[in-house]
Design a protein around this ligand. Structure first.
Ligand code: AMP
Ligand code: TRP
Length: 328
């Protein structure tokens, strides 16, 4: 039987962090041989908020390099840069013309981001979820593995696809989100009530995938805990719960086993062991990253092959859409 298709995207805003890894990338790697996969560095989404051109150019390659370094393989997965495949912008336009504004007004991520940006908010930021729908629908995607914050966007994509199919006949596959049972929302270290993010201002909240061992130790040491001195999973104790959850995800141990292991130990012990576990996880990834970016042209060649393979599928789908609408 034919394998089902997976699509997911990641922004090129630099500073990939442990939340991106545990909520998304690690699952992409684990699932990849069961599916046909498309993993996309969504640079057109990234420019919905202001970017410095030379920093952006560097970040795009860094994110792509980290995907391969984390274990995405060309054999199972097509990795490419969104702006290299024109069909994404073209389909986004066509979907714009059937998507009611009211649907976009309901998107919580837009509300959050536009509050931070005030008058600077671009039309692109408002339209962000429609471009995301185009990404997903171009590849006849069945499954979209993402962190919890993207659930609403995938549901909107499904609604847009349904509306199109109803109006013009079956063209699009209706996708489902895949959110991991744990790790779908890794929280900040200093502010464990907010999710871990790429933000430079909140550097100490996030462990970045390219952080050095010393940076990791220092950040984990500064993580917020509480005054209870008891190492137990408890969703109401945000700080300790988050540290334990990350430890659980990285070691693959059961919660009871972890609680036993830390009985009678201090928060300092927990933090030290967690920091070393993070360092051990990231070390091989960082080594592979240095290898594959150290060799001139290696990464660019992989991305050129990726764009070519993605384009073959995307163009075909786009032509079907033009045809249905009456533009061809
Ligand atoms: P982004 O960097 O915003 O493009 O996100 C890339 C992927 O990482 C998406 O699937 C997000 O849902 C996921 N993600 C981002 N932040 C977190 C977090 N703190 N915890 C879990 N998943 C996250
Ligand atoms: N909006 C997603 C995020 O910020 C990135 C994204 C763009 C995406 N297109 C996508 C995720 C398609 C999944 C599928 O994380």
């Amino acid at each position: 039987m034919d394998k089902k298709r997976v699509f997911s995207g990641i922004q090129a805003s630099g500073n990939l962090h442990l939340g991106n890894y545990l909520g998304a990338i690690r699952n992409w790697v684990k699932m990849q041989n069961q599916y046909h996969n498309y993993f996309c560095v969504v640079d057109l989404h990234t420019v919905t908020v202001p970017q410095d051109p030379s920093v952006l150019r560097t970040n795009i390659r860094e994110v792509a390099g980290l995907l391969f370094a984390a274990g995405i393989e060309e054999e199972d997965s097509v990795v490419f840069i969104q702006s290299h495949v024109r069909a994404h912008s073209e389909l986004a336009w066509l979907l714009n013309c059937i998507t009611p504004m009211g649907w976009l007004h309901r998107m919580t991520q837009f509300k959050e981001k536009s509050e931070q940006q005030k008058e600077e908010v671009s039309v692109g930021l408002f339209d962000y979820p429609v471009l995301q729908a185009a990404d997903i629908l171009l590849y006849d995607t069945h499954l979209v593995p993402v962190g919890e914050d993207q659930k609403q966007h995938v549901e909107l994509c499904r609604d847009i696809a349904q509306r199109f199919n109803y109006r013009y006949g079956d063209v699009f596959v209706l996708p489902d989100a895949y959110i991991p049972p744990i790790g779908g929302r890794v929280m900040g270290l200093v502010n464990p009530e907010k999710k871990m993010s790429k933000s430079e201002e909140k550097r100490d909240d996030s462990i970045f995938l390219l952080d050095t061992p010393d940076q990791i130790r220092s950040k984990v040491k500064k993580a917020t805990t509480d005054s209870l001195r008891e190492i137990r999973f408890d969703e109401k104790r945000y700080g300790i719960n988050n540290l334990l959850t990350v430890y659980q995800l990285l070691t693959g141990k059961e919660p009871a086993e972890i609680e036993n292991h830390f009985t009678g130990k201090s928060y300092k012990d927990l933090k030290e062991q967690l920091a070393e576990t993070v360092i051990e996880t990231l070390q091989p990834l960082q080594e592979r990253y240095r290898e594959l970016t150290g060799e001139d042209g290696y990464l660019d060649d992989m991305l050129a092959r990726g764009a070519e393979r993605a384009e073959a599928h995307a163009e075909n789908k786009l032509q079907q859409v033009y045809n249905k609408i009456g533009l061809r």
